[in-house]
Design a protein around this ligand. Structure first.
Ligand SMILES: Cc1cc2nc3c(=O)[nH]c(=O)nc-3n(C[C@H](O)[C@H](O)[C@H](O)COP(=O)(O)O)c2cc1C
Length: 157
């Protein structure tokens, strides 16, 4: 089971979340690659069973770099159908665009035909952290990685 974690991060908070998500997925048996948005290539996305994308909250949306990676994935349109997706973001404020950022990422994944599992408890749309991630935030990120790995396993069975 392969998962790619794609992120943009300028001051390091989203990057820390990316690595915690990767750890959670690895602990659940996934082979995980972590890539910056500007380094990811379509082959990485095509070969993965799960794609987890994260960005700082920029004006209530994903950053331009992550959007560019998604726009470049148009070459794969229809080929990502059925892959499992999830989103994460780091924001400056508590209620200042994190959820719309998560939803902007999930929206693109749905357009690709990907499968998203919601979360009935806690952060409903993915992992969202205000400022520098604290140990409890990193735990939530690990859980998100584990959840994606579990869903992939269930779908493969
Ligand atoms: C261009 C720009 C736009 C931003 N817009 C928002 C915003 O709309 N809402 C918010 O809460 N924080 C906003 N921030 C703050 C970042 O989301 C926040 O500092 C985040 O933790 C940075 O993540 P990083 O350390 O991974 O780069 C903005 C920062 C920048 C540079």
């Amino acid at each position: 089971m392969k998962i790619v974690v794609v992120f943009d991060s300028k001051t390091g908070s989203t990057e820390k979340m990316a690595h915690a998500i990767a750890k959670g997925a690895q602990n659940s048996g996934a082979e995980v690659t972590v890539k910056r948005a500007e380094k990811v290539v379509n082959k990485d996305l095509q070969e993965a069973d799960g794609i987890i994308m994260g960005s700082p909250t920029y004006y209530g949306q994903m950053s331009g770099k992550l959007k560019q990676a998604i726009d470049d994935s148009v070459e794969l349109h229809t080929k990502l159908t059925g892959k499992v997706g999830a989103a994460f973001t780091s924001s400056g404020g508590a209620a200042s665009g994190a959820e719309t950022t998560l939803l902007s990422i999930l929206q693109a994944m749905l357009v690709h035909g990907m499968i998203i599992q919601g979360n009935a408890a806690g952060s409903h749309y993915g992992a969202a952290v205000k400022g520098a991630p604290q140990p409890e935030d990193l735990k939530v990120c690990e859980e998100l990685g584990a959840k994606v790995a579990t869903l992939i396993n269930q779908l493969k069975r």
